[in-house]
Design a protein around this ligand. Structure first.
Ligand SMILES: Nc1ncnc2c1ncn2[C@@H]1O[C@H](COP(=O)(O)OP(=O)(O)O)[C@@H](O)[C@H]1O
Ligand SMILES: [Mg+2]
Length: 322
Protein backbone atom coordinates (compact mmCIF):
# COMPACT_ATOMS: atom_id res chain seq x y z
CA UNK A 1 0.00 0.00 0.00
CA UNK A 2 1.28 3.46 -0.90
CA UNK A 3 2.70 5.62 1.88
CA UNK A 4 1.25 8.90 3.09
CA UNK A 5 3.74 10.91 1.02
CA UNK A 6 2.66 9.21 -2.19
CA UNK A 7 -0.98 9.70 -1.31
CA UNK A 8 -0.47 13.40 -0.69
CA UNK A 9 1.44 13.76 -3.94
CA UNK A 10 -1.38 12.04 -5.80
CA UNK A 11 -3.97 14.27 -4.11
CA UNK A 12 -2.08 17.43 -5.01
CA UNK A 13 -1.74 16.27 -8.61
CA UNK A 14 -5.40 15.38 -8.96
CA UNK A 15 -6.36 18.65 -7.28
CA UNK A 16 -4.18 20.65 -9.67
CA UNK A 17 -5.62 18.94 -12.71
CA UNK A 18 -9.16 19.36 -11.38
CA UNK A 19 -9.75 15.60 -11.32
CA UNK A 20 -12.27 15.33 -8.48
CA UNK A 21 -12.92 11.63 -8.67
CA UNK A 22 -9.20 10.84 -8.49
CA UNK A 23 -8.88 13.26 -5.56
CA UNK A 24 -11.67 11.58 -3.60
CA UNK A 25 -10.49 8.13 -4.46
CA UNK A 26 -7.05 8.86 -2.98
CA UNK A 27 -8.74 10.28 0.13
CA UNK A 28 -10.67 7.01 0.45
CA UNK A 29 -7.45 5.04 0.05
CA UNK A 30 -6.05 6.96 3.00
CA UNK A 31 -9.20 6.15 4.96
CA UNK A 32 -8.73 2.46 4.13
CA UNK A 33 -5.14 2.60 5.25
CA UNK A 34 -6.08 4.22 8.53
CA UNK A 35 -8.80 1.63 9.09
CA UNK A 36 -6.24 -1.14 8.56
CA UNK A 37 -4.06 0.42 11.22
CA UNK A 38 -6.97 0.37 13.64
CA UNK A 39 -7.77 4.10 13.36
CA UNK A 40 -11.46 3.51 12.75
CA UNK A 41 -12.72 6.85 14.01
CA UNK A 42 -10.35 8.75 11.72
CA UNK A 43 -11.17 6.50 8.78
CA UNK A 44 -14.85 7.12 9.39
CA UNK A 45 -14.31 10.88 9.53
CA UNK A 46 -12.42 10.88 6.23
CA UNK A 47 -15.19 8.87 4.54
CA UNK A 48 -17.84 11.20 5.91
CA UNK A 49 -15.90 14.23 4.70
CA UNK A 50 -15.59 12.73 1.23
CA UNK A 51 -19.31 11.93 1.06
CA UNK A 52 -20.28 15.37 2.29
CA UNK A 53 -17.97 17.17 -0.16
CA UNK A 54 -19.09 15.06 -3.10
CA UNK A 55 -22.65 16.16 -2.47
CA UNK A 56 -22.25 19.69 -1.20
CA UNK A 57 -19.52 21.31 -3.25
CA UNK A 58 -20.58 22.38 -6.70
CA UNK A 59 -18.10 21.53 -9.39
CA UNK A 60 -17.38 25.21 -10.15
CA UNK A 61 -15.96 25.82 -6.67
CA UNK A 62 -13.50 23.01 -7.04
CA UNK A 63 -12.33 24.46 -10.33
CA UNK A 64 -11.78 27.79 -8.63
CA UNK A 65 -9.30 26.23 -6.26
CA UNK A 66 -7.34 24.54 -8.98
CA UNK A 67 -4.75 25.88 -11.38
CA UNK A 68 -5.71 28.16 -14.19
CA UNK A 69 -6.08 26.14 -17.36
CA UNK A 70 -5.70 26.72 -21.05
CA UNK A 71 -4.53 30.12 -22.17
CA UNK A 72 -3.98 31.40 -18.69
CA UNK A 73 -1.75 28.52 -17.72
CA UNK A 74 0.72 29.79 -20.34
CA UNK A 75 0.66 33.27 -18.84
CA UNK A 76 0.97 32.71 -15.13
CA UNK A 77 2.98 30.39 -12.97
CA UNK A 78 1.15 29.19 -9.87
CA UNK A 79 2.87 28.55 -6.56
CA UNK A 80 1.99 28.09 -2.92
CA UNK A 81 4.90 29.67 -1.07
CA UNK A 82 5.93 28.57 2.40
CA UNK A 83 7.99 31.56 3.55
CA UNK A 84 6.70 33.75 6.35
CA UNK A 85 7.22 37.35 7.34
CA UNK A 86 9.76 36.33 9.96
CA UNK A 87 11.99 34.85 7.24
CA UNK A 88 12.33 38.26 5.60
CA UNK A 89 15.22 40.40 6.82
CA UNK A 90 14.24 44.01 6.16
CA UNK A 91 14.66 47.48 7.62
CA UNK A 92 12.06 48.09 10.32
CA UNK A 93 10.04 50.58 8.27
CA UNK A 94 9.51 48.09 5.43
CA UNK A 95 8.36 45.43 7.87
CA UNK A 96 5.87 47.88 9.34
CA UNK A 97 4.50 48.63 5.89
CA UNK A 98 4.16 44.96 5.01
CA UNK A 99 2.31 44.32 8.28
CA UNK A 100 -0.03 47.13 7.35
CA UNK A 101 -0.74 45.51 3.97
CA UNK A 102 -1.47 42.21 5.72
CA UNK A 103 -3.74 43.88 8.27
CA UNK A 104 -5.72 45.73 5.62
CA UNK A 105 -6.10 42.62 3.46
CA UNK A 106 -7.21 40.57 6.47
CA UNK A 107 -9.83 43.14 7.36
CA UNK A 108 -10.75 44.01 3.80
CA UNK A 109 -14.41 43.16 4.27
CA UNK A 110 -14.82 45.70 7.05
CA UNK A 111 -12.96 48.32 5.01
CA UNK A 112 -14.85 47.66 1.79
CA UNK A 113 -18.20 47.71 3.59
CA UNK A 114 -17.45 51.26 4.61
CA UNK A 115 -16.22 52.34 1.24
CA UNK A 116 -12.47 52.04 1.75
CA UNK A 117 -10.13 49.88 -0.31
CA UNK A 118 -7.43 47.85 1.38
CA UNK A 119 -3.94 48.44 -0.02
CA UNK A 120 -3.79 46.08 -2.97
CA UNK A 121 -1.48 47.61 -5.62
CA UNK A 122 2.19 47.47 -4.70
CA UNK A 123 5.31 48.47 -6.56
CA UNK A 124 8.54 46.92 -5.27
CA UNK A 125 11.79 48.33 -6.54
CA UNK A 126 15.43 47.79 -5.68
CA UNK A 127 18.57 45.83 -6.61
CA UNK A 128 18.39 42.12 -7.50
CA UNK A 129 18.43 39.65 -4.63
CA UNK A 130 17.04 41.97 -1.95
CA UNK A 131 13.70 40.25 -1.38
CA UNK A 132 11.15 41.59 -3.87
CA UNK A 133 10.00 38.23 -5.16
CA UNK A 134 10.30 36.84 -1.65
CA UNK A 135 8.01 39.60 -0.37
CA UNK A 136 5.32 38.57 -2.83
CA UNK A 137 5.73 34.98 -1.60
CA UNK A 138 5.51 36.10 2.02
CA UNK A 139 2.31 38.06 1.40
CA UNK A 140 0.79 35.03 -0.35
CA UNK A 141 1.79 32.73 2.46
CA UNK A 142 0.67 35.01 5.28
CA UNK A 143 -2.69 35.56 3.58
CA UNK A 144 -2.99 31.86 2.72
CA UNK A 145 -3.41 32.77 -0.95
CA UNK A 146 -1.92 31.23 -4.07
CA UNK A 147 0.73 33.25 -5.86
CA UNK A 148 0.49 33.80 -9.60
CA UNK A 149 3.64 35.06 -11.26
CA UNK A 150 3.60 36.76 -14.64
CA UNK A 151 6.96 37.45 -16.20
CA UNK A 152 6.35 40.50 -18.32
CA UNK A 153 9.47 40.13 -20.42
CA UNK A 154 8.49 36.57 -21.34
CA UNK A 155 4.88 37.61 -21.95
CA UNK A 156 5.98 40.37 -24.31
CA UNK A 157 8.37 38.27 -26.32
CA UNK A 158 6.02 35.31 -26.50
CA UNK A 159 2.85 37.13 -27.47
CA UNK A 160 4.20 40.14 -29.33
CA UNK A 161 1.21 42.16 -30.54
CA UNK A 162 -1.21 40.29 -28.29
CA UNK A 163 0.32 41.26 -24.97
CA UNK A 164 -2.40 43.72 -24.00
CA UNK A 165 -5.17 41.19 -24.58
CA UNK A 166 -3.22 38.63 -22.55
CA UNK A 167 -2.93 41.15 -19.74
CA UNK A 168 -6.70 41.50 -19.79
CA UNK A 169 -7.02 37.76 -19.23
CA UNK A 170 -4.72 37.97 -16.24
CA UNK A 171 -6.63 40.90 -14.72
CA UNK A 172 -9.94 39.07 -15.28
CA UNK A 173 -8.39 36.41 -13.14
CA UNK A 174 -7.36 38.96 -10.51
CA UNK A 175 -11.06 39.76 -10.16
CA UNK A 176 -12.36 36.21 -10.19
CA UNK A 177 -9.70 34.31 -8.28
CA UNK A 178 -8.35 35.82 -5.10
CA UNK A 179 -4.56 35.63 -5.00
CA UNK A 180 -1.26 37.47 -5.00
CA UNK A 181 -0.40 38.42 -8.60
CA UNK A 182 3.24 39.23 -9.16
CA UNK A 183 4.21 41.04 -12.35
CA UNK A 184 7.92 40.43 -12.32
CA UNK A 185 10.44 42.22 -14.54
CA UNK A 186 8.05 45.13 -14.63
CA UNK A 187 10.73 47.33 -16.18
CA UNK A 188 10.19 45.34 -19.37
CA UNK A 189 7.44 47.94 -19.84
CA UNK A 190 9.86 50.82 -19.45
CA UNK A 191 9.89 52.88 -22.62
CA UNK A 192 13.64 53.24 -22.81
CA UNK A 193 14.60 49.68 -22.11
CA UNK A 194 17.07 48.55 -24.74
CA UNK A 195 15.59 46.47 -27.50
CA UNK A 196 12.02 47.49 -26.80
CA UNK A 197 9.66 48.60 -29.47
CA UNK A 198 8.87 51.89 -27.76
CA UNK A 199 5.39 52.25 -29.20
CA UNK A 200 4.43 48.73 -28.25
CA UNK A 201 5.85 49.05 -24.71
CA UNK A 202 3.90 52.28 -24.23
CA UNK A 203 0.65 50.71 -25.38
CA UNK A 204 1.11 47.76 -23.06
CA UNK A 205 2.01 49.99 -20.15
CA UNK A 206 -1.10 52.07 -20.76
CA UNK A 207 -3.30 48.97 -20.80
CA UNK A 208 -1.61 47.73 -17.67
CA UNK A 209 -2.39 51.01 -15.90
CA UNK A 210 -6.03 50.93 -16.99
CA UNK A 211 -6.37 47.38 -15.67
CA UNK A 212 -4.49 48.28 -12.50
CA UNK A 213 -6.82 51.19 -11.85
CA UNK A 214 -9.79 48.86 -11.95
CA UNK A 215 -8.11 45.91 -10.24
CA UNK A 216 -10.15 44.09 -7.63
CA UNK A 217 -9.08 44.97 -4.06
CA UNK A 218 -9.73 41.35 -3.11
CA UNK A 219 -6.45 40.33 -4.74
CA UNK A 220 -2.99 41.81 -4.26
CA UNK A 221 -1.26 43.00 -7.43
CA UNK A 222 2.49 43.47 -7.14
CA UNK A 223 4.85 44.88 -9.76
CA UNK A 224 8.55 44.31 -9.15
CA UNK A 225 11.52 45.92 -10.84
CA UNK A 226 15.29 46.01 -10.47
CA UNK A 227 15.51 49.22 -12.46
CA UNK A 228 13.64 52.05 -10.89
CA UNK A 229 15.28 54.67 -13.05
CA UNK A 230 13.80 53.63 -16.34
CA UNK A 231 10.26 53.80 -15.03
CA UNK A 232 8.22 56.89 -15.51
CA UNK A 233 7.84 58.75 -12.20
CA UNK A 234 4.17 59.38 -12.90
CA UNK A 235 3.70 55.66 -12.80
CA UNK A 236 4.55 55.45 -9.12
CA UNK A 237 1.36 57.30 -8.24
CA UNK A 238 -0.73 54.54 -9.75
CA UNK A 239 0.21 52.19 -6.94
CA UNK A 240 -1.18 52.30 -3.40
CA UNK A 241 2.29 51.72 -2.01
CA UNK A 242 5.85 51.86 -3.35
CA UNK A 243 8.40 49.89 -1.37
CA UNK A 244 12.12 50.47 -1.93
CA UNK A 245 14.48 47.59 -1.25
CA UNK A 246 18.15 48.06 -0.44
CA UNK A 247 21.12 45.81 0.15
CA UNK A 248 21.41 44.78 3.80
CA UNK A 249 23.50 46.68 6.34
CA UNK A 250 26.00 44.74 8.46
CA UNK A 251 23.45 43.82 11.12
CA UNK A 252 20.90 42.59 8.58
CA UNK A 253 23.66 40.70 6.77
CA UNK A 254 24.42 38.85 10.01
CA UNK A 255 20.73 38.03 10.42
CA UNK A 256 20.50 36.61 6.90
CA UNK A 257 23.56 34.40 7.49
CA UNK A 258 22.30 33.22 10.88
CA UNK A 259 18.86 32.44 9.51
CA UNK A 260 20.34 30.29 6.74
CA UNK A 261 22.86 28.43 8.91
CA UNK A 262 20.90 27.94 12.15
CA UNK A 263 22.66 25.64 14.59
CA UNK A 264 25.63 25.19 12.24
CA UNK A 265 26.82 28.62 13.26
CA UNK A 266 25.83 28.66 16.90
CA UNK A 267 28.50 30.34 19.02
CA UNK A 268 30.37 31.85 16.06
CA UNK A 269 30.62 35.63 16.28
CA UNK A 270 29.53 37.53 13.20
CA UNK A 271 30.75 40.85 14.55
CA UNK A 272 32.98 42.95 12.30
CA UNK A 273 32.14 41.06 9.13
CA UNK A 274 30.94 44.32 7.59
CA UNK A 275 33.91 44.65 5.26
CA UNK A 276 33.11 41.24 3.82
CA UNK A 277 29.35 41.62 3.55
CA UNK A 278 29.23 45.20 2.34
CA UNK A 279 27.74 45.55 -1.13
CA UNK A 280 26.40 41.99 -1.24
CA UNK A 281 22.68 41.38 -1.63
CA UNK A 282 20.61 39.15 0.67
CA UNK A 283 20.65 36.51 -2.06
CA UNK A 284 24.48 36.70 -2.29
CA UNK A 285 24.72 36.25 1.48
CA UNK A 286 22.46 33.20 1.43
CA UNK A 287 24.65 31.66 -1.29
CA UNK A 288 27.85 32.46 0.60
CA UNK A 289 26.41 30.98 3.80
CA UNK A 290 25.51 27.81 1.91
CA UNK A 291 28.99 27.57 0.42
CA UNK A 292 30.56 28.00 3.86
CA UNK A 293 28.31 25.29 5.31
CA UNK A 294 29.19 22.86 2.55
CA UNK A 295 32.90 23.51 2.97
CA UNK A 296 32.67 22.79 6.71
CA UNK A 297 30.48 19.71 6.32
CA UNK A 298 32.69 18.18 3.64
CA UNK A 299 35.67 18.66 5.90
CA UNK A 300 33.80 16.64 8.50
CA UNK A 301 32.95 19.59 10.74
CA UNK A 302 29.44 20.11 12.04
CA UNK A 303 30.21 23.73 12.66
CA UNK A 304 30.86 26.73 10.42
CA UNK A 305 33.60 29.02 11.70
CA UNK A 306 34.49 32.59 10.86
CA UNK A 307 37.17 31.62 8.38
CA UNK A 308 34.73 29.45 6.42
CA UNK A 309 32.40 32.41 6.20
CA UNK A 310 35.04 34.95 5.34
CA UNK A 311 36.40 32.92 2.46
CA UNK A 312 32.90 32.15 1.15
CA UNK A 313 31.96 35.85 1.37
CA UNK A 314 35.14 36.87 -0.43
CA UNK A 315 34.48 34.34 -3.19
CA UNK A 316 30.91 35.52 -3.52
CA UNK A 317 32.00 39.12 -3.68
CA UNK A 318 34.41 38.51 -6.53
CA UNK A 319 31.72 36.49 -8.32
CA UNK A 320 29.02 39.09 -7.96
CA UNK A 321 30.87 42.39 -7.91
CA UNK A 322 33.47 41.37 -10.45
N1 LIG B 1 15.25 40.54 2.51
C1 LIG B 1 15.60 39.25 2.51
N2 LIG B 1 15.59 38.53 3.65
C2 LIG B 1 15.96 37.24 3.65
N3 LIG B 1 16.36 36.56 2.56
C3 LIG B 1 16.37 37.22 1.39
C4 LIG B 1 15.99 38.60 1.31
N4 LIG B 1 16.13 38.99 0.02
C5 LIG B 1 16.55 37.94 -0.68
N5 LIG B 1 16.70 36.86 0.13
C6 LIG B 1 17.18 35.53 -0.30
O1 LIG B 1 17.55 35.61 -1.67
C7 LIG B 1 16.67 34.85 -2.50
C8 LIG B 1 16.34 35.63 -3.76
O2 LIG B 1 15.66 36.82 -3.42
P1 LIG B 1 14.50 37.47 -4.30
O3 LIG B 1 13.35 37.79 -3.43
O4 LIG B 1 14.23 36.58 -5.46
O5 LIG B 1 15.21 38.79 -4.80
P2 LIG B 1 14.67 39.88 -5.83
O6 LIG B 1 13.30 39.48 -6.28
O7 LIG B 1 14.69 41.17 -5.07
O8 LIG B 1 15.67 39.89 -6.95
C9 LIG B 1 15.46 34.59 -1.63
O9 LIG B 1 14.80 33.41 -2.00
C10 LIG B 1 16.07 34.50 -0.24
O10 LIG B 1 16.68 33.25 -0.03
MG1 LIG C 1 12.77 38.84 -8.18
Amino acid sequence: MAGLGEHITAMVRSHASGDDSAFYSVALQIAAREAKQGHHALAGDIKKAVDASRQAVPRSNITKLAQPRGDLADLVETSHPEVGLRDLVLPADLTVQLKQVLAEQRQRKALLDRGFSPVHRLLLEGPPGTGKTMTASVLAHELALPMYTVRLDALMSKFMGETASKLRLVFDEVASRRGVYLFDEFDALGADRAGNDVGEARRILNSFLVFLEAASPESVVIAATNHRTILDKALFRRFDLVLSYTRPDARQAGAVIRARLGSLIKGTSLAKLGDFTDGLSHADLVKAAEAAAKAALMRGDAHVDRDDLISALAARRSASLG
